[in-house]
Design a binder for this molecule. Structure first.
Ligand SMILES: [Zn+2]
Length: 345
């Protein structure tokens, strides 16, 4: 089923209005279409099943109703001991749209599905096929980071925050190619840096906003939000801890929007979210007992319209959508992308 849902929100200055006010921040002319280059933040909401997300958040038209988690006694998962309130995202002045989408081909595993999210290419092209095992390095020039570096040269800031195993190791070639600097690849388990994942993903997002706000270049960064997947592997996809972790993830998206506002960047920064897989509604795996994979995931965006008529949106559409939003000419990409831009026409 295809549905376009809109989070209930106060009225804001729309991104379309901003488009007419800002001046292009530049880029390599031949690869970047004329117009404003927005900043983009992408949250990889690990394990967020769209049907559950839709149930928990204040989605769509009509009167807002509290999400179930906000009404239930706050049973805090042990990994988020500091959260004291359950406010949902629409309390903020923002406008989120979400398409019901599915994952890409292959296993519903974090590494190969995130690789698809960050390249727009299926596993047989990226070579990232499973979580375990050697290899699995995205080829040179294929990631969204490499595409943006090719389009904008040094006139863009790029970063990613997540686990070494699932997110950063597949991007090793980008580091070797100078597409990503080591200090812009924030690790979940790291010697000296904070533990950037789960709760600390928000700290990573805020740190990157603070770092990048000081210059005039557009930025793109990816944040891996791990809480829901952890919660569901520990307690099952039917446990309230999974629900609360999903709400927590969106709360962190909301706080990131707050940080953008505080930095004066809210009006020219687009925030996208997607997920690598759903979760068994009762069990502790991504699959049902019969092995069927849970493939329904959200592709959401604030600040820009998504196309409600998009046909069968999948995780392979995330990269072309973001590249198009940043003005990259998709027709010039090599290899070409099998997915589609989900931006409203
Ligand atoms: Zn998992």
């Amino acid at each position: 089923m295809k549905a376009l849902a809109k989070l209930v929100a106060a009225t804001c200055l729309t991104y379309a209005a901003v488009l007419g006010l800002l001046v292009s921040s530049g880029g390599t002319a031949s690869r970047v279409l004329p117009g404003v280059t927005p900043n983009v933040i992408l949250f990889q909401m690990d394990g967020h099943r769209i049907s559950k997300t839709n149930e928990l958040l204040y989605w769509a038209g009509g009167d807002a109703t509290p999400c179930p988690s906000s009404k239930s006694p706050a049973r805090m998962p042990e990994w988020c001991p500091t959260l004291s309130t359950w406010t949902c995202l629409p309390t903020r002045c923002t406008h989120f749209e979400s398409l019901n989408a599915t994952v890409g081909p292959g296993k519903t595993m974090t590494k190969p599905q995130t690789a698809q999210m960050l390249t727009g290419q299926p596993p047989e092209v990226t070579g990232v096929i499973r979580n375990n095992g050697g290899g699995g390095r995205i080829p040179s020039g294929m990631s969204i980071f490499a595409q943006l570096r090719a389009a904008f040269g040094d006139e863009i800031n790029l970063a990613i925050s997540g686990s070494s195993r699932f997110l950063l190791r597949p991007l090793k070639q980008d580091r070797r190619d100078g597409v990503l600097d080591r200090e812009d690849m924030l690790r979940r388990k790291n010697d000296r840096r904070p533990l950037y994942s789960g709760n600390n993903s928000l700290a990573a997002a805020v740190a990157l906003i603070d770092k990048f706000k000081v210059d005039e270049k557009p930025f793109f960064f990816v944040i891996h939000m791990k809480n829901a997947d952890w919660a569901a592997h520990k307690t099952g996809g039917g446990n309230v801890a999974y629900d609360e972790a999903i709400v927590l993830g969106w709360e962190h998206v909301g706080k990131t929007l707050d940080a953008l506002s505080a930095a004066g960047l809210a009006e020219n920064t687009l925030v996208f979210t997607s997920a690598d897989h759903g979760f068994n509604p009762t069990g502790a795996q991504h699959q049902l007992r019969d092995g069927a994979e849970i493939t329904d995931i959200p592709i959401s965006a604030s600040g820009i319209g998504l196309n409600p008529a998009a046909v069968n949106p999948t995780i392979l559409d995330v990269t072309p959508t973001i590249l198009a939003a940043m003005g990259v000419d998709l027709s010039l990409l090599d290899p070409s992308l099998p997915g589609q831009s989900l931006l409203a026409p």
